[in-house]
Design a protein around this ligand. Structure first.
Ligand SMILES: [Zn+2]
Ligand SMILES: [Zn+2]
Length: 262
């Protein structure tokens, strides 16, 4: 940047002996990514704006994300440090901290991407394959036989039609978050940045009926309805399927098969 600015200043006003410095009134900050320009202390010379960061390659229109902002959030995602704590570390070590709004925006984008990718990997392809296979066999592709159980947090629904028992939907429920605030408060999403807790402390982790219902509703959105439910006798997955049917949200009457060893 500075070589270009010196040369340009020399061309514009060859006899000026002013000093070139940052024009802080024009400064733009987006998280840790800065855009700056230079001005002369004597004449009216002012340079164009320079990006002082590398951009992420993207085919979308509009301003591209900065590598440094995405990288920082990926890093934070793997540590128990929150956005606020990271800014404190910066300030304590006299490094200009990134702006809160910029960090929050990138954090949201990162966690949404991660969530979508996990969900896609787990469900869509399996669900779609399943539909194709059922069509070939001449069966109704829009209903599915399932088995379900909840092991503490991750509620999983697996198809019960092939020997593979592929997982067709999963609903991770967690009260745990490594960010500092959750150890003292009970509200979800109270701190800035991605939160790994998605239910409140006062919610019952054993509320199988609710998790099953959410799972079935997601399946319904993907165009699949529950037909036969295979589950353990104390599970409420069947009640969830039944109440969805009674409320008219699904059109397939569910039937239950109990298995004691799940
Ligand atoms: Zn000048
Ligand atoms: Zn949290």
């Amino acid at each position: 940047m500075w070589n270009e600015v010196f040369r340009e200043h020399q061309n514009v006003s060859p006899h000026c002996n002013g000093i070139l410095e940052w024009d802080l009134s024009m400064e733009e900050k987006w998280g840790s990514a800065w855009r700056e320009c230079a001005k002369c202390t004597k004449c009216t010379y002012r340079s164009k704006m320079f990006n002082l960061y590398e951009e992420v390659a993207s085919i979308k229109r509009g301003r591209r994300a900065a590598k440094i902002n995405l990288g920082l959030q990926v890093g934070l995602h793997h540590t128990p440090i929150s956005t606020a704590s990271y800014r404190k570390i910066c300030m304590a070590s006299n490094i200009p901290p990134p702006s809160v709004s910029g960090m929050q925006h990138t954090a949201n984008a990162i966690s949404e991407k991660g969530r979508r990718r996990k969900h896609e990997r787990f469900t869509t392809t399996k669900g779609e394959n399943k539909k194709d296979k059922k069509k070939i066999r001449g069966e109704n592709p829009d209903v599915v036989n399932i088995q379900s159980d909840s092991t503490q947090c991750p509620y999983t629904v697996a198809e019960n039609e092939t020997y593979k028992h592929s997982i067709i939907n999963t609903l991770p429920k967690s009260k745990l978050c490594s960010k500092r605030k959750h150890t003292v408060s009970t509200n979800v999403g109270e701190h800035a940045g991605p939160c790994t807790a998605n239910i409140n402390m006062q919610d019952s982790i054993g509320n199988e009926e609710r998790w099953a219902r959410e799972c079935f509703e997601e399946l319904k959105e993907d165009g699949l309805e529950v037909n036969e439910v295979t589950t353990d006798p104390d599970s409420s997955a069947y009640r969830a399927a039944e109440s969805l049917f009674q409320e008219g949200l699904t059109t397939t009457t569910p039937s239950i098969f109990l298995t004691p060893d799940m």
